[in-house]
Design a protein around this ligand. Structure first.
Ligand SMILES: Nc1ncnc2c1ncn2[C@@H]1O[C@H](COP(=O)(O)OP(=O)(O)OP(=O)(O)O)[C@@H](O)[C@H]1O
Length: 448
């Protein structure tokens, strides 16, 4: 665990940052370092010397406030310098986790992310900046790490972690942090960490709440021991749909760094077989004892069925075909485009526009004359009667449904078609919702 594994960018060369910080997928296979520093152009003795040497005066000064903690001490600090941590996800959890790991003196940090920085990331993905909008996220974090602690080697991998590349990456690092935001990646990382015998520090955050636990540590359970079957995709909400207060992933990501630092320093973790539930709204923290490793587990049990990585999108029902099916719930003739709706408005055609988003979203922006019933309320009889009355009063027999991006509006149309099956009402949704309106009709319309 504390043997240095020296992933791609080898910490043995102080000038290695410029060469090895910005990794990309083509360079994934071309390791800069063969495991003992020789390919870095630094004499072997120097690189070995670096690791075995006591802390330098500069290191003592830099880490002095943590060095005097008896639980850490010089030995612990040296272990941090020899350790490598891989973060999957350079977003709300990955940013705080990465920066605290670098600040503490972790020798090598790898960051995997396929995404680029957007304006809507900045309220919580605190290492990215206005000036770096459009940058590759992993590169943006590598820059932030280098400014804070130039002695930490940082490998930025601009790629989507998948079954083909995960093992190759995970096996190079000592500790893995799951800072991703989707179920398929969680199962992929879990299985990969079990197969490579690596501990996995798992975090998640949504709305005001966050969770933290550590899988696969000293005989503790893995993610599959607790959740053998993935949740139905329609029950999973992400931050762009459900929202999140930036501080919440900040807190959970910091906890992920804390646990990784403790494990790397040889102290132990407090979260194996233990789950933390944090609620920022009521300021509570609860701790739940989790069941241990399950003999029946498909990946870490007695007779594991999973000996190699799978197709996790398919396993979780989130593959491109599954998404396509969800996106095309309605037929073509049950939908109109944002442009067609605009043309209809210009022709002043009689109709009613129903917006099925939450009131809080209506407060951000809405189309003129839209009537609001949130999708969750459409099943309530009272709201159905109300809608019927508005349609009758307006004497309109055309009902158009809009939402944020055109997913909920399709579900709403299906439901309303059932409700109004005896009435002569044409019900359609607007393809792509308000996003499409902003993109194709009115660029001044706010996007959130
Ligand atoms: N399989 C994966 N490989 C690489 N990166 C991943 C993978 N799965 C998720 N991620 C990354 O994990 C990060 C999760 O962070 P977070 O949820 O804060 O950000 P986001 O996806 O930018 O959010 P939003 O939904 O608001 O756009 C994202 O940057 C995403 O690109």
């Amino acid at each position: 665990m504390h043997q240095s594994m020296q992933p791609e960018g080898c910490p043995c060369s102080s000038s290695s940052h410029n060469n090895s910080t910005i990794e990309d997928k083509d360079r994934l296979n071309s390791s800069l370092c063969d495991g003992d520093g020789r390919k870095c152009g630094v004499p072997e003795s120097v690189s070995r010397g670096y690791y075995s040497r006591a802390l330098s005066n500069k290191e003592i000064a830099r880490y002095s406030r943590q060095l005097i903690l008896p639980e850490l001490g010089v030995k612990g600090q040296q272990r941090l310098r020899q350790s490598s941590v891989l973060l999957v996800g350079a977003g709300g959890l990955g940013c705080p986790a990465a920066i605290y790991l670098a600040a503490a003196g972790i020798g090598c940090i790898g960051i995997v992310d396929y995404d680029e920085v957007e304006l809507s990331n900045l309220h919580r993905q605190i290492l990215h900046t206005e000036a770096r909008i459009g940058w590759v996220k992993s590169t943006s974090i590598a820059e932030a790490i280098h400014s804070l602690n130039s002695t930490t080697v940082c490998n930025a991998y601009h790629l989507a972690l998948n079954s083909d590349n995960a093992r190759q990456l995970v096996e190079k690092y000592d500790i893995i942090l799951d800072c991703s935001d989707n179920v398929a990646t969680r199962y992929l990382l879990n299985d990969c960490c079990v197969l490579c015998s690596k501990p996995l520090v798992s975090g998640s955050a949504l709305r005001w709440e966050g969770q933290l636990t550590v899988y696969g540590w000293k005989g503790g359970p893995c993610y599959r021991c607790l959740y053998p079957i993935p949740p139905p995709p329609e029950t999973v909400t992400n931050c762009s749909d459900g929202g999140v207060l930036g501080v919440v992933p900040g807190i959970i990501g910091s906890f992920q760094a804390l646990e990784a630092i403790k494990m790397a320093a040889g102290i132990n973790t407090s979260f194996s077989q233990r789950l933390m539930l944090f609620d920022g709204l009521d300021g509570s923290m609860r701790f739940i004892k989790l069941r241990g490793r399950q003999d029946s587990c498909n990946v870490c049990g007695r007779n594991p069925a999973i000996m190699q990585l799978l197709d996790y999108e398919q396993f979780c029902g989130t593959s491109a075909t599954d998404k396509e099916r969800c996106l095309h719930l309605l037929n073509k003739d049950e939908r109109i485009s944002a442009k067609e709706y605009k043309a209809m408005l210009e022709r002043k055609e009689d109709h009613m526009l129903l917006d099925v988003r939450l009131q809080v979203e209506m407060d951000i922006c809405q189309l003129p004359n839209s009537y609001n019933i949130p999708i969750g309320d459409l099943k309530k009889e009272s709201r159905m009667k109300e809608l019927q009355k508005v349609l009758l009063d307006g004497n309109s027999n055309a009902l158009f449904v809009v939402c944020h991006r055109g997913n909920d509006s399709q579900k709403a149309v299906r439901h309303l078609q059932q409700q109004f099956k005896n009435d002569d009402i044409e019900i359609k949704d607007i393809i792509g919702g308000l996003h499409a309106w902003s993109k194709h009709v009115d660029p001044s319309f706010p996007i959130y």
